[in-house]
Design a protein around this ligand. Structure first.
Ligand SMILES: Nc1nc2c(c(=O)[nH]1)N[C@H]1C(S)=C(S)[C@@H](COP(=O)(O)O)O[C@H]1N2
Ligand SMILES: [Mo]
Length: 236
């Protein structure tokens, strides 16, 4: 694991990115203090590489400080009302409530998210339960090829099972230590950091494992079926 110095560098880096996104990053140049232009910062982020070798800021994106509210039809934000149904091509379908979900084992990870409209929020700390754990509990059948996130009011988003089983794909209940605001998907949303943010379904109610792909809400409204930000798969 990281030593103290490494951790401190990471924290400074996060602070740098946060300030850069807020436009409050100040640089000392020739005796004066000047705000660093957002352009410069974004160019710098496009030169930075992630641990998987991808560029930190995908093409055509710019960093912003916080999640924007991008709309959608909310469900109840109450944890008491929350149920998650995991079903479909599985041996052991189940429905769990909020406490049961969290008892499955929580992780916290840093992840960047990229909205197809052009903003990216970098370095958020997301907590929750790996979809991989939920899939293991459900015991996927051989023909479970796709995972469909289901939300209140019939919103769905489709990803491959291969994507869903990546360790950074979560059912998440907290961002930077705080519960989500109702408009950002409280109490629980999905998080798929390596695809455009529309795949991260707010007000999550279920994960449906299916044999054949089921393009979801945005995928049937002109957006790309996969949505890889590094390939700029914006529109279908
Ligand atoms: N249930 C639901 N989830 C959704 C959406 C939606 O309309 N309904 N919109 C998606 C889109 S297009 C984006 S960019 C993100 C936005 O999340 P935010 O409002 O928390 O920024 O949520 C995604 N998840
Ligand atoms: Mo979006």
């Amino acid at each position: 694991m990281t030593n103290n110095k490494g951790y401190q560098r990471k924290l400074e880096r996060r602070e740098f990115i946060r300030k850069a996104a807020a436009g409050t990053l100040i640089m000392a140049v020739g005796g004066g203090m000047y705000p660093l232009a957002a352009e410069t910062v974004n160019q710098q982020l496009q030169n930075e590489l992630r641990s998987d070798g991808k560029i930190r800021l995908p093409p055509g994106q710019r960093a912003v400080e916080g999640l924007k509210h991008m709309g959608g039809m909310p469900g109840s934000p109450s944890t008491k009302d929350f149920r998650l149904k995991v079903y479909g091509e599985v041996e052991n379908p189940f429905t769990i409530n909020y406490e049961e979900l969290l008892l499955m084992g929580q992780v916290e990870q840093e992840a960047d998210v990229h909205c197809v409209t052009g903003w990216s929020m970098l370095g958020g700390r997301w907590s929750g339960v790996q979809v991989k754990l939920l899939a293991e509990r459900a015991v996927l059948k051989k023909n479970a090829n796709f995972a469909i996130f289901e939300s209140h009011h019939d919103f769905t988003a489709n990803i491959t099972v291969k994507e869903a089983l990546k360790p950074n794909v979560l059912v998440t209940n907290r961002l930077n230590g705080m519960p989500f605001k109702p408009e950002n998907g409280a109490p629980v949303r999905s998080l798929v950091p390596d695809l455009y943010f529309w795949k991260s379904a707010k007000w999550l109610t279920g994960i449906h494992f299916v044999k054949r792909d089921m393009p979801g809400f945005w995928e049937t409204r002109g957006f790309h079926n996969v949505g890889d930000p590094w390939k700029e798969q914006r529109y279908g």
